[in-house]
Design a protein around this ligand. Structure first.
Ligand code: AMP
Length: 374
């Protein structure tokens, strides 16, 4: 096994965690900060290179940690023949229109929808999709941002005004109108696919979002649901001829899964794999894009992950709690920002619950909302 140089588009916590996972395999990560256009070290943030062309030339493999990447950059990477998963997959993750079409093409269940670019299409969507409905910008939306809920007709004009602004302000923007799904819970599946078509998936995670932001993820062991999710995962991954880690987020409606969205990358709801699986999602992503054998994805012990939101300090006493693992991202504090996460493991589900209750007595609800809502 030779040393590999992997260039990651994006210089956030996901590139950082890829770097930590890659080091033992002799896989070196450099990160391209799409905003500053600088090549940086993913752990220190120090500038280590200039210009995308040089970085592409020096890389064996190029991948991405987010999907909102300018198309000019994607095109340059694609041309090098080193980019994985693919421009098509990144675009599907970053544009809800393309994402919905992909799910339909892969014959994967998803919420009924219509695409809106003008007022007449909005009116038609209200008839076709029905109310209540969720309206989402096709481009630029994440963590519940760029969304509206339409419950009754007297909201239509006010919501249209806001949506129209978004259509005017962002080139190629559109709105996806989606039926409101009364789901029982949200779950996600993280898996990896290799060039030869081999697919491995982790156990499903049950996710609790608060105000559109993931707060708590717990690995679950539900064979029937797992089977259904894996089938849907494989259909989407095969359709894209995908290489790397891919995440599917689902609504669980009475045991039937609908895909809410896909993320063509390692995902926040897969961070639990760092302590709950033999090989974590970051290592498996690197293995897949470097075309190395994929690692074991099975659950080795009950594990949950909670995000640290808008907080840059935690009591030291946390480290004294057995099986509590803190992962900081080294970011500047901002209200509600994902600053790090805590993985909690246990020998049994009961013990995991007990530890989570203990943590709830130490950690503030403002920064760990789902921990307090259990
Ligand atoms: P998204 O950015 O699409 O993941 O949406 C953020 C959150 O809004 C999701 O995690 C759901 O809790 C909720 N949501 C999104 N779409 C729908 C829908 N069609 N019906 C009900 N809730 C939704």
């Amino acid at each position: 096994m030779a040393n590999q140089q992997v260039l990651v588009l994006g210089a956030g916590q996901l590139a950082r965690m890829m770097s930590l996972a890659g080091a033992p395999l002799n896989i070196d990560i450099t990160a391209f900060d799409v905003e500053s256009e600088k090549v940086v070290h993913p752990l220190t943030g120090h500038v280590i290179g200039h210009g995308l062309n040089n970085a592409i030339a020096q890389a064996d493999v190029i991948t991405a940690e987010f999907e909102h990447i300018p198309h000019s950059i994607l095109d340059m990477c694609e041309k090098s023949g080193k980019f994985k998963p693919s421009t098509q997959a990144i675009k599907a993750g970053g544009d809800r229109r393309i994402e919905k079409q992909l799910l339909d093409d892969a014959n994967v269940a998803n919420a009924k929808y219509a695409v809106i670019t003008n007022r007449a299409e909005f009116d038609a969507a209200i008839t076709y999709v029905g109310m209540p409905m969720v309206l989402k910008t096709a481009l630029g939306g994440y963590d519940g941002k760029g969304q509206w809920r339409l419950k009754q007709l007297d909201q239509v004009d006010a919501i249209w005004q806001e949506m129209e602004q978004s259509l005017i302000n962002t080139p190629y923007q559109a709105i996806v109108a989606e039926e409101f799904v009364s789901f029982d819970r949200e779950v996600s599946l993280i898996g990896a696919r290799r060039t030869n078509g081999e697919v491995v998936v982790y156990p499903l995670a049950e996710n609790i979002h608060v105000d559109g932001v993931l707060s708590l993820s717990t690995a679950i062991d539900e064979p029937k649901l797992q089977e259904q999710a894996k089938e849907m995962f494989t259909a989407v991954a095969d359709k894209l001829n995908y290489v790397g880690v891919l995440a599917l987020e689902f609504f669980d409606v009475n045991g039937q899964l609908l895909v809410n969205e896909i993320a063509p990358r390692v995902h926040n709801s897969g961070h639990w794999t760092q302590q709950g699986a033999e090989v974590c999602q970051f290592e498996n992503h690197l293995r897949a894009v470097c075309d190395l054998p994929l690692g074991d994805t099975s659950l080795i012990r009950p594990t949950a992950m909670m995000n640290i939101l808008g907080l840059d300090r935690l009591p030291e006493s946390l480290l004294a709690i057995p099986n509590c693992h803190i992962h900081w991202y080294g970011k500047e504090k901002r209200a509600g920002r994902k600053m790090g996460h805590i993985n909690v493991c246990a020998k049994s589900s009961e013990q995991l619950n007990t530890t989570l209750s203990k943590l709830a007595s130490i950690l503030p609800a403002e920064h760990f909302p789902a921990l307090h809502q259990r």
